[in-house]
Design a protein around this ligand. Sequence first.
Ligand SMILES: NC(=O)c1ccc[n+]([C@@H]2O[C@H](COP(=O)([O-])OP(=O)(O)OC[C@H]3O[C@@H](n4cnc5c(N)ncnc54)[C@H](OP(=O)(O)O)[C@@H]3O)[C@@H](O)[C@H]2O)c1
Length: 317
Amino acid sequence: MQYNIIPNTDLKVSSIAIGTWAMGNDFWGNVDDKESIKAIHASLDAGINFIDTAPVYGAGHAEEVVAKAIKDRRDKVIVATKAGVIRTKTEYRRDLSPKHLQKDMEESLRRLNTDCIDLYYIHWPDTTTPLEDSINTLLKFKEQGKFRYLAVSNFSVELMEQAQQMTDIVCLQPNYSILNRKIEKDIIPYCEHNNLGVISYGTLAGGLLTGKFRELPEFEEGDNRGRFYDYYREDIWPNVQGLLVCLDKIAKKHDCTVAQTAIAWTAQQKGITSVLVGAKNERQALANAEAAKVQLSDSDCLQIDTYLKKHLQETVY
Ligand SMILES: NC(=O)c1ccc[n+]([C@@H]2O[C@H](COP(=O)([O-])OP(=O)(O)OC[C@H]3O[C@@H](n4cnc5c(N)ncnc54)[C@H](OP(=O)(O)O)[C@@H]3O)[C@@H](O)[C@H]2O)c1
């Protein structure tokens, strides 16, 4: 496993991190807590030291699962959680009001069974609350020792600029994968220029970049990944399949899986500090951590670029 420092912090995070959205067990089909805990343990045993969660993943459930999994090794794990989205029975609603932030902060500390969160993100922008009000509230929590470093997720360059005028943020968490490279245009250069870490999510495009879906899948009831990741569509499906064939060849050359190829590709890209990967069980978690051993060549990356530019330009860039 490689480790990278999030700039301007003492957080040395593994280049592959474990994401816990599916472990909330309310958006990705049926996920068993025992399997989730085994997945976290397998990740930690394989050298991953960075866990990403949020109050909104299963309305608090994922944070509780994380707490159970790390109860004997809290000091060895860098825990990141987020604030500002409410999970109701039917939707996700953004709320960065001071009142809601207070609730999120207290509940995350309680559920994670910790005195202090290592990295605390604003989860999504909320146009109904002035950013200044949210940041001032968060800075009070920081002064009180409730979290160590402030970060943002799903922010544009303009919003990061606004946030940086008010305080220090240390990293951004954007969507980034072989199938979504939009941040390469202005967001990655901004982060590099301003010395911000980039912790990317969506590495496997919700499982698609494992290569296991060779026909348009029909997900079980309660598995809504296709609503979040917009690649499970008939119009682009043949070209997505062509990409998987391209990845098959590269994976074969490296004697690894398509998932490991996709993870290695993301981790190798310019400006990336750590890549989040979701896993529902020990087998997936271990295989994903093993991707740290894969090093793609310039010619592998060029083959991927060439395919994307020719067949998936509008979807990816
Ligand atoms: N900040 C944000 O707004 C935001 C948004 C999304 C995600 N995130 C974070 O990023 C993390 C990762 O992204 P993600 O969970 O959306 O999805 P992802 O990593 O793109 O995909 C994860 C899913 O792929 C499948 N999978 C994983 N490893 C596999 C393997 N080796 N072989 C076969 N299938 C495998 C599993 O589902 P199946 O087995 O059911 O196929 C797993 O749940 C999240 O958990 C969360 O922490 C943050």
